[in-house]
Design a protein around this ligand. Sequence first.
Ligand code: COA
Length: 365
Amino acid sequence: MAVREDPGSERKNLRLSACNAQAGGKRKFLNVIIMENPGNIHIDIEKRGGWESAPLLQEFEFKPYYYLFQVLDPGRISKNFFTDLSRFQNNEGHYLLVAREGERIVGACAFLVSDWDSRLFGFKYGTVKYLPAEGGYQESLAVKNEMVRFLLEFCGRMKIEFLHFRVDMADISTIHSLVANGFGFIASVVRYAVESANLRPMQKKSPHVDLFQNRDLEQVKRMSKSIFSDNRFSLDSRFNVDMVNTLYEKWVENSCLGKVQDKVFVCRKGEEIAGFTTCGLRRKESEVLGKRIGAIDLVGVDPRFQGKGIAVKMVNSAVEWLRENSDVVEAIMAARNKPMIRILESFGFSWKASQIDWHRWIGEK
Ligand SMILES: CC(C)(COP(=O)(O)OP(=O)(O)OC[C@H]1O[C@@H](n2cnc3c(N)ncnc32)[C@H](O)[C@@H]1OP(=O)(O)O)[C@@H](O)C(=O)NCCC(=O)NCCS
């Protein structure tokens, strides 16, 4: 086994060793360099305070909305991050793991058990939100490895069966620590955004597109149950297909009922609903971030009517509403969803970030 010093390490006592990270039984996924002993690190569920001032967290690159750094004030992005982090220490089903070397915080991991998903799928469904660690690639990889191992053991004890983690593609040490610990790469998504003042709606509004009405609900629900197949749930065969369809049906229903979105636009073809688009404001975050963050959420067109420009017309109505009611608009979609990317670019959106969805089924080696 090759052993060498980490030239960039502040902790010179650390030794690195090349090892074959194992995941998924006997299969080898990746040769990564992992520190054998990442210093004198103590990891635990955070119960005391003081982490708010940790430089590691202040400087964390992937705070929520990091990809809107050109538009948002960095101080506000930080404030929003710390507001979010405090939930993980205080709320039930939320956990903040902290790795300390002496008194210094060298790593953190925030994760939660999602009530909604757990109820829907019938098992304890966890989401990892953040995994920052101190140092360059090798040092942070070592700390992250330790934290992910701790996390998996903890989840095992808590009977959390599943973890999802969405990670920026540039966050290589996190990606490698997930691979080394048996997470699977499921799907890639892209984030697009535009300042609302730069939105370019179409000159002519379609007469077939108007606001959702209650009588449309059953048709919209029926459609939403069958058209969303390119997503991380459908791409992971361990999720039950009917449950995934129900997830989208409920998501769209809640949007139509105004519970999770502000506006739903539909396109009518006679008595039939040919498609729908949901959009709205992220109110809680907007307040802290000091800008109204709008979002185009779900867009769906009945397969019989796809390829006829219906999505463009519906997104146009959403764009008109968002131009009046928000300061910046974002959208997220599968990286390979060419029609959606084309539509958003035509309204002035541009690429902001690429992210990868990782899944880990606990109990599977
Ligand atoms: C994505 C979806 C909403 C698009 O709806 P649509 O009404 O068929 O889209 P449009 O006809 O308005 O076409 C949109 C644009 O994509 C282009 N396009 C279509 N298929 C394409 C492909 N495979 N590659 C590149 N461009 C493509 C069209 O030419 C059009 O661009 P143009 O106006 O410059 O010609 C629809 O396919 C759908 O419901 N898919 C399933 C659900 C989904 O993926 N929703 C999006 C994520 S929430």
